[in-house]
Design a protein around this ligand. Structure first.
Ligand SMILES: NC(=O)c1ccc[n+]([C@@H]2O[C@H](COP(=O)([O-])OP(=O)(O)OC[C@H]3O[C@@H](n4cnc5c(N)ncnc54)[C@H](O)[C@@H]3O)[C@@H](O)[C@H]2O)c1
Length: 333
């Protein structure tokens, strides 16, 4: 079996690649290395440094592939408010290119990693049957890419599934990026003995998912013959915690004594974001195997082993106006 993973140098893509290498599958993939790292990519992977927006190159490298998992994205929901062109190109044009190259190369199935941002700020828990109302360019472009996938696959008779993961945490996740991943940003700051930063009152709530609990669900969406044309939330609907509670958990684990610093909340940030896991339980036999506590510990161990790092501001802010959080404007991380 031959799988092709876009974003294979990133967090989800590289963990999925490791999973299939263990199963002795042939694994190929591409990444432009803007948000991922070559260190994440196992030597057995047939790796291509290719931007997904480059349709011609993508068509060339996606030969003799059975299933494609499209996981490449600039996974920075908050930043998308200020760089809409970058996100439209990355999520919509890039996805169009991936889907078209896959169909041209006659793959059997395409699995797209969407995002809970597709739902916007509707009433939680977000259900797959709810009407999505995305509130930012990231969610809008993810949802548009979903619709494009459905359209292209229906027309060309290709199997597809759409995964809707949320707040995944675990090893190989970038932790020196100021634009995403509250658990790793806070851990990286605390391990440098610096005050963690919280936007708004810290009462916004999230359910964090462990990477291992995400991977086996993705595998079913990729290879279970009975599961086709499905949109499925992936991750727990238990342990819905506030960012203040997350800060407490990390402080206790790291025996950290400094207070968090609070800054103005970010535009369009959804206050209560939780996906229902009912469909995943029924269809994928989803179960939260890794507790929140253990999952957070895995993040801490990973950052400790690799060492805390200075934050890098790799992305262009297209609309550098007074709505941009001061943390990014003044590079406070
Ligand atoms: N991590 C989460 O909590 C989460 C939640 C919901 C959805 N997702 C989705 O899952 C997917 C994977 O996310 P992740 O957490 O692994 O992010 P990540 O940043 O770790 O990995 C994404 C990878 O895609 C690559 N990439 C981005 N744009 C590219 C381009 N134009 N061409 C080639 N490569 C490109 C990046 O370099 C990076 O290595 C994304 O689609 C993301 O939207 C992630």
């Amino acid at each position: 079996m031959h799988v092709f993973i876009t974003g294979i140098a990133g967090f989800l893509g590289s963990n999925l690649a490791d999973f299939y290498l263990k199963k002795k599958f042939k694994v190929s993939g591409c990444d432009n290395l803007v948000g991922g790292s070559l260190e994440n990519v196992d030597k057995q992977v047939n790796f291509h440094k290719v931007n997904i927006e480059d349709y011609n190159k993508l068509s060339m490298i996606m030969k003799n592939v059975d299933v494609v998992c499209h996981a490449a994205a600039y996974a920075h929901e908050g930043l998308s408010n200020f760089s809409p062109v970058m996100f439209a190109n990355n999520n919509f044009v890039g996805s169009a290119s991936v889907f078209t190259a896959a169909i041209k190369n006659k793959v059997k199935r395409i699995v797209y990693c969407s995002s809970m941002a597709r739902y916007g700020s509707i009433k939680p828990p977000f259900d797959e049957n709810d009407t999505p109302k995305p509130v930012d360019p990231y969610g809008i472009s993810k949802l548009a890419a979903e619709k494009l996938l459905i359209n292209l696959c229906e027309t060309n008779k290709v199997e597809y599934n759409i995964a809707v993961p949320h707040n995944i945490i675990g090893p190989k996740q970038k932790y020196d990026d100021p634009f995403r991943n509250v658990v790793s940003i806070m851990t990286n700051l605390m391990l440098q003995n610096r005050n963690p930063i919280i936007y708004g009152d810290g009462k916004q709530k999230r359910s964090f998912s462990d990477i291992d609990d995400c991977i086996y669900c993705l595998d079913k969406l990729m290879f279970d013959k009975k599961i086709n044309k499905q949109i499925v939330n992936i991750g727990p609907d238990e342990n819905f915690i506030t960012i203040n509670e997350l800060y407490e958990i990390l402080s206790n684990k790291l025996q950290f004594n400094k207070n968090a610093k609070y800054y103005k909340d970010r535009p369009n940030e959804v206050k209560y974001a939780k996906c229902s896991a009912n469909k995943a339980r029924k269809l994928l036999n989803y179960k939260t195997n890794v507790s929140l506590d253990d999952s957070i510990q895995k993040v801490i161990d990973y950052i400790k082993i690799n060492g805390p790092k200075k934050f890098l501001y790799n992305y262009e802010i297209e609309l550098n106006n007074n709505l941009v959080p001061i943390t990014w404007k003044k590079k406070l991380f």
